[in-house]
Write a protein that binds this ligand. Structure first.
Ligand code: AMP
Length: 419
């Protein structure tokens, strides 16, 4: 579209054919890894009830308080989903997926929407893939989720990443920690940023997430959650660490990594890459044993992760990792005249029936221009149908790589190409 015509909305991006090949390559890796790990795909609607997202992510988060694309229609409040954990949890409850027996292993790929200030690595429509393991409280489930995530990155060829790990405890441990945080911040309350002052009462753990300059000074010596974890949380955390070590997955403990919502419990993790610049998070996740009850289901432990797909593209580009290119075109039919075109249209059907890819010119170009077009489309072969060919009822097969030509019937061409 020209400069004066319509443009994509701010923070929304077209994925053009050259790029789509990379996306398909990445999606194939995700699906292949999911198959190996036996996760089943789930597809939920792009629109969800606003209340689900508000409860599922939490009123106090940036996502819910200022980044939702939400609107009302009739009596219903809709939101473009900003993430997929709450929608998957909703689907689990709504369709009673626990009846399928055992813990459910689900994965998704799709667009998410957040009204953030766009910059490199941050869009308003972006894509995530992620997985949820619902119905298990075992540390093995946490590690299965982390393994799945890491396995995708490994297959892509991304190295040099850092997995940060923490335990955010359970409601009991967190009540003690919350009190400790409030005791620590209280004397400094008036010097804290405005956001942190609001979080002080409602959710002091989220002060640890603060990027505000005036808070940084107080964050240096803040009490860490590790000292407040109860027996059960400590033992769960220890088991996760041991299992990760046994899986050959290295991690760094980061006691400041918080997922400061009431529904998050125990394990929290984040994967970052130095190849991403300021938006360095590739993905993250954790355990959310209280979410399903919060959205109206029966108390069900669960753990999951979400990864940003645009960030993978950026990291791959920075590292020169190729994500696949457009598959080659087997045959480009080059025709002159209406009769030859009809002959080619018949032949092309047979070619495609044999599972080969083929196309022809649709713009009435000269033979020379068609051959150029065949080249531009990376065709392996051109099949030429001109007057002489029609007369002899034999096509000219041109090998585009070796520039060799031979006169052949369609049958001979198919045998030749397939061999
Ligand atoms: P979150 O759901 O916020 O934990 O995000 C999980 C991952 O999604 C992040 O680590 C990013 O890789 C990616 N992500 C989140 N927000 C955006 C965005 N606005 N644009 C692009 N990627 C994003």
């Amino acid at each position: 579209m020209s400069q004066t015509g319509f443009q994509t909305l701010h923070g929304m991006v077209d994925i053009l054919p050259d790029e789509v090949t990379k996306w398909q390559y990445l999606e194939n890796i995700i699906r292949e890894t999911a198959r190996e790990f036996h996760f089943s795909e789930i597809r939920t609607p792009i629109l969800e009830p606003t209340e689900l997202i508000a409860r599922g992510i939490g009123q106090l988060t940036d996502i819910v308080s200022k980044e939702m694309f939400a609107f009302q229609r009739g009596e219903t409040n809709y939101v473009l989903r900003p993430e997929c954990t709450a929608p998957v949890a909703r689907a689990y409850v709504q369709h009673r997926l626990e009846q399928r027996g055992g813990a459910q292993k689900l994965f998704y790929i799709g667009p998410m929407f957040r009204a953030e200030r766009p910059q490199k690595g941050r869009q308003r429509q972006f894509h995530q893939f992620g997985a949820e393991l619902i119905g298990s409280a075992l540390p093995e489930a946490d590690v299965e989720i982390i393994r799945f995530m890491m396995s995708v990155y490994e297959k892509i060829g991304l190295k040099n990443m850092s997995l940060q790990l923490n335990s955010v405890g359970d409601p009991e441990s967190r009540a003690a920690y919350r009190k400790a945080l409030q005791d620590y911040f209280r004397p400094h309350f008036s010097s804290l940023s405005e956001v942190s002052q609001t979080r002080f009462e409602q959710n002091p753990m989220r002060i640890l997430d603060s990027k505000e300059e005036e808070d940084q000074l107080f964050l240096e010596n803040v009490p860490l959650i590790t000292g407040y974890l109860n027996e059960e949380c400590l033992s769960h955390y220890q088991k996760v660490k041991t299992l990760l070590e046994e899986s050959g997955i290295s991690y760094t403990e980061n006691p400041r990594l918080v997922r400061g919502l009431d529904y998050y419990t125990r394990t929290a993790f984040e994967l970052t890459s130095p190849d991403l610049g300021s938006q360095d998070a590739l993905g993250g996740g954790g355990r959310y044993d209280l979410l399903i009850e919060e959205i109206g289901g029966k108390g069900t432990p669960a753990v999951g992760f979400a990864s940003g797909m645009e960030r993978i593209m950026i990291a791959c580009e920075a590292l020169g990792i190729s994500l696949g290119s457009e598959p080659a075109l087997d045959i480009y039919f080059v025709c002159r005249g209406e009769e030859a075109q009809r002959w080619a249209m018949q032949a092309i059907r047979e070619v495609r029936n044999q599972g080969l890819s083929a196309t022809l010119d649709f713009s009435g170009k000269s033979i020379k221009a068609q051959l150029k077009d065949a080249n531009r489309n990376n065709a392996r072969f051109a099949v030429i149908a001109g007057e002489t060919e029609l007369e002899q009822q034999l096509f000219t097969l041109r090998n585009m790589v070796e520039s060799q030509e031979s006169s052949l019937s369609l049958e001979e061409i198919l045998t030749h190409i397939k061999s």
